[in-house]
Design a protein around this ligand. Sequence first.
Ligand code: ASP
Ligand code: MG
Length: 257
Amino acid sequence: MQPETRGQWIVMKFGGTSVSSVACWDTICGQVRRHLDDGKQVLVVVSALSGVTNLLSRLADGVSASVRAAIGAELREKHEELIEALGLGSSVHFDRHWSSLLELLGQSGPKLDDAQRAQLLAHGELLSSSIGHAVLAANGLAADWQDARRMLQAVPATGDLLAARCSDEVDPGLARRLAGEGASHITQGFIAAAATGETCLLGRGGSDTSAAYFAARLGASALEIWTDVPGIFSADPRVVPEARLLRRLSYSEAQEL
Ligand code: ASP
Ligand code: MG
């Protein structure tokens, strides 16, 4: 590890529920500012807005024209509502990715192959990171919008476009390039570039994995995973409706869960 890349980077990852409201972005801006004030370099990694990857995934499974139109409208609403609530104007990054999503929507219909599915699903994070870029700028935190596919390359051996693996080796060149572009950056979780240059995914819920890769490759001094849950439940509340929020939990119980 080069000395200039050691201990200076903080990677912060925000999940879907942590990027979907004005309050969330207040928190994100506050945290970015705190680290910048401490003299750190910051990379913010975001998931798609809540529910967006599921909607894109349904499109990729193949739907009728009417369902496609309904999902398209829902996607537009989710993003527009947030943009409006945040009081943002138009954004070059957002407009670019929204147009490319519309183009893909025009083509989708039958079930997509893996390469097409990866490209479509990537739009959730491409859009949320574009909104994030605009929010940070509006708050005086001009962060660079970074395309994760320029920073994370899949290990060729896996060849799986929907569940790729990447190298976690320190990459001083990456840290130098980003440092040369600015002190704060925002990028997408979940996506990477395949050896062929195509977009690939790290598997559902893969944004945490992305953030861990970024932290490793930058030789970050800290990786913060921000998520919006009330605490630890006795079981997975999505599966077990009677799961309870635990008030007290020992370390070994937590490990067991
Ligand atoms: N948006 C992706 C998913 O829902 C990745 C993530 O949120 O971690 O699976
Ligand atoms: Mg998650």
